[in-house]
Design a protein. Structure first.
Lengths: 145, 665
């Protein structure tokens, strides 16, 4: 019986290690993403940055959406099929989860808008700082299947 | 003034718990009856101080005394009274104070219930509890001081986190979680006492098991309430996302469930002593780990209200109890001698072992997935998280295996069984399993895991019901009257057995409902103008426009939907967006319409001047999860009420005694 247990535990470790490796979600900025080369394709990525001004397009489709996510220097084009959250707008911090496609755009499955639950009065032209972005990259709020 | 009183109460409880712990351990070593009485007095004194400190804080909250630090932080003149009362656990410092209050209740209760029993173990147990009490008192005295004096008190405060105000489940979820979490301190104390004493006999097993079962019931309900809250509030239509905070509540539940089962084998066969003690200690450690993960801000999720320097302090406590537990186990494990052995793998006890193996593997699966990103970040400085598919791909097979055991385990007899006995026990439930499978197939279930879940679930339900009512049926066969057989067999004698199988029945329903609701749901995201409608799974949702409503603490935008099926009205649904004064953005509240077969769910994603973006879902069987988990909690409480003492005859050939054997001792 002890032998069977040992086999089960070893098998479990192998499966768990493989499972984690396959399902890691990386937290990247546009700069990270564009400098990652081939590694950028296929992996699930949480891309964090600002929605570039003037980039939001809402095509005639029911709920399609396109916009650019930028950081200090780089810009990544994002396509999303979902309905964006209420707060979504230009010049706001977002985290999009999805994959980079060979077509040169980021296919987004989840769109999360930067906000915090702390008690701060709304500020005009609020800019997201790094800490807030990190926090957002980890939150499950705005998460949907 | 109030702040000062509270502060002194906390400082007094630091002293009382520290000295009390030392006195208790000394009493254990010297084996002095007078020392035991002093240990008890210190335990009651600690509980009284924690009660008074908490009462002081509630008084300050209700009086809106903004000179008390915590009140200035979470109080507000505009919040309703019930929100003010529960503000106690709405933020970090207050929730630690609430922890201390619950810990005091548990310590005083456990001390009182065992006041005349186990004088050789109890001082060690009380000492361990008070040592934990000393730690939480210290937290309240230094890093998480809720009674800081505010020199220039504000005229009004910001009020508690709006997410808390937004739904009543967020009010009842924390107390249940705390009753579950904090309660694990009591069996931990018993386990440490058994190790320090170097003995774990039948008589001491009973309070250990009871002390584990009570917080287990609360924790079970708390986990469900957390999921229910996420479902009713967060608006993505699910109830579980493998969020670190959710995992933190699940981890001790897994080990505690394993311990409850290994304790039965220990009771029956006298084996697994060290193992059971290890599981109990692990459950407590995991509650502290969970507190660290949720309270230190290492993970930032919806549940983390604030960040503070409290993290390192809890981590240090965690390290101390981990090292202490491991050292105790290493030094004393050998003294917990096995009194018997397990004869056969294909037996009830063999299935208990497999059950324990799966629960421990599940614990590791969830633990690794939760902690891995932290380790990677600490070691390599890279940020990442472990995606949901990892958890699903690991937990679904393990959960299915547990469901299989829920059927096969109780069907198998204790000890060695003949081939005929096994076949007679194992074959009939296949019919019920097959029936459920066929029903699922006919209803259009195609997912393999869901079909397997239905098969195993039907099997387990059959076995559970047969075993649950076995004492009743046996008494009927012996010619007892219906009422008398029911009362004697199920409620008077066999309560522990009856309660256990109620828990099993609840678990079977939960697993089936989770499988069905997660694989059979339909969802659509859609943008609607006023007067437009969307049809999903036969239900038509007509958008009738929005309405603004001013409420005392918030501004609400309410959308009106009329739901029809085949032209017949079903219900109206009103999902809303609540804008709280202190928050930058609105919080959505989805509308949920529940029926016995499933829920309709509408969540607002955004509102423009002329249109609305919504997420619409149908979720079959989701409500069954909440009901079945409540059933599990009640079953656990039924099993907890001690039955009348019955002497077990050594010749347990009498099937009645055999069936009720579990219920006795």
């Amino acid at each position: 019986m002890a032998g069977a247990f040992a086999v089960a535990i070893v098998a479990f470790i192998v499966i768990a290690a493989g499972g984690i490796n396959k399902n890691l979600v990386y937290y990247w900025t546009p700069t990270d993403l564009l400098s990652a080369g081939d590694k950028a394709y296929g992996a699930t990525i949480r891309l964090g940055g600002m929605v570039a001004s003037g980039s939001v397009k809402r095509p005639t489709g029911v709920s399609g959406l396109e916009f650019d996510v930028k950081d200090a220097g780089k810009i990544v084009h994002v396509k999303s099929n979902g309905v964006p959250p209420q707060m979504f707008r230009e010049n706001i911090g977002v985290v999009v989860e999805g994959t980079m496609t060979r077509g040169g755009y980021f296919q987004c499955n989840r769109l999360m808008v930067s906000h915090s639950n702390e008690y701060r009065a709304p500020k005009a032209g609020h800019r997201m700082d790094k800490k807030e972005l990190e926090k957002l990259m980890r939150t499950t709020e705005g998460l949907k299947d | 003034m109030t702040a000062t009183i509270g502060r002194y109460l906390i400082l007094a409880s630091v002293m009382v718990s520290t000295i009390g712990a030392m006195v208790s351990f000394a009493a254990g070593r010297k084996n002095s009856p007078e020392g035991v009485r002093w240990a008890q007095r210190f335990a009651y004194a600690f509980a009284a101080l924690m009660f008074l400190a908490t009462a002081t804080m509630e008084y300050a909250l209700l009086k809106h005394d903004f000179s008390v630090g915590y009140v200035a932080q979470v109080g507000s003149l505009s919040t309703p009274t019930w929100v003010t009362i529960v503000s106690l656990w709405s933020s970090l410092e207050g929730s630690i104070l609430f922890w201390g209050f619950v810990l005091g209740l548990y310590i005083a209760g456990a001390t009182w219930l065992t006041r005349n029993d186990h004088p050789d173990y109890m001082p060690y147990a009380i000492g361990t509890w008070l040592a934990c009490g000393a730690f939480f008192s210290f937290l309240l005295a230094a890093p998480a001081n809720p009674f800081a004096t505010v020199v220039n008190p504000p005229l009004d405060g910001p009020g508690p986190n709006a997410l808390l105000q937004n739904h009543v489940l967020m009010i009842i979820h924390p107390p249940f979680l705390y009753l579950g979490y904090v309660g694990m301190t009591i069996p931990f104390g018993f386990a440490c006492a058994a190790l320090m004493r170097g003995k774990l006999g039948q008589s001491f097993l009973r309070p250990l098991r009871a002390a584990l079962l009570l917080p287990w019931c609360f924790l079970t309900i708390a986990i469900m309430l957390g999921g229910w809250w996420a479902y009713e509030v967060l608006g993505w239509g699910g109830y579980w996302a493998w969020d670190p905070v959710e995992n933190a509540s699940l981890l001790p539940w897994l080990t505690a469930t394993a311990a409850l089962h290994s304790a039965i084998v220990l009771e029956r066969r006298g084996v697994l002593k060290g193992w059971t003690v290890t599981l109990v200690q692990a459950s407590f450690l995991l509650t502290i780990l969970g507190t660290f993960m949720t309270r230190s801000g290492v993970f930032n999720s919806v549940h983390s209200f604030t960040q503070s320097a409290i993290g390192p302090t809890i981590l240090a406590f965690l390290a101390v109890i981990l090292l202490g537990s491991v050292a105790l186990l290493a030094l004393r494990m050998d003294s917990l001698e096995a009194e018997g052995k397990i004869d056969s793998a294909a037996s009830r006890e063999g299935m208990f072992l497999v059950n324990n193996l799966i629960f421990v593997l599940l614990t590791f699966t969830v633990l690794i997935g939760t902690v891995f990103p932290l380790i990677v970040e600490a070691v390599r400085g890279k940020q990442m998280s472990v995606g949901r598919p990892y958890f699903d791909s690991m937990v679904v097979p393990a959960g299915t295996a547990l469901l299989f055991l829920l059927g096969v385990g109780p069907a198998l007899p204790w000890g060695r069984a003949s081939r005929q006995q096994m076949l007679k026990a194992l074959l009939p439930p296949l019919i019920t399993g097959g029936v459920l499978f066929a029903i699922g197939w006919a209803m259009g279930v195609t997912n393999v895991w869901t079909l397997v879940t239905l098969l195993f679930g039907g099997y387990a339900a059959h076995v559970t019901l047969v075993e649950m009512f076995l004492p009743f049926v046996q008494r009927l066969r012996r010619g007892e009257g219906f009422g008398s057989a029911l009362v004697n067999g199920q409620l008077r004698r066999g309560r522990r057995r009856f309660g256990s199988y109620i828990v099993h029945a609840g678990m079977v329903i939960v697993l089936i409902a989770i499988a069905v609701s997660s694989t059979m749901r339909t969802s659509r995201e859609v943008k609607l103008h006023k007067g437009e409608s969307v049809t999903i799974a036969g239900y038509a949702f007509l958008f009738g426009g929005t309405e603004e409503r001013a409420e005392p603490n918030r501004q609400a935008t309410i959308a009106h939907f009329t739901v029809t099926k085949n032209g017949k009205p079903v219900t109206t649904m009103e999902p809303r967006m609540n804008q709280y004064v202190a928050m930058r953005e609105p919080i959505g509240t989805p509308a949920v319409y529940s029926t016995i077969t499933g829920d309709l769910y509408v969540s607002i994603m955004n509102i423009d001047s002329d249109s609305i973006g919504i997420l619409v879902l149908t979720e079959p069987m989701v409500g069954w999860i909440w009901i079945a988990v409540i059933m599990m909690g009640i079953g656990g409480l039924v099993a907890l009420i001690p039955s009348r003492k019955v002497v077990i005859l050594s010749a347990a050939k009498d099937p009645l005694t055999e069936a009720e054997g579990l219920a006795t001792t």
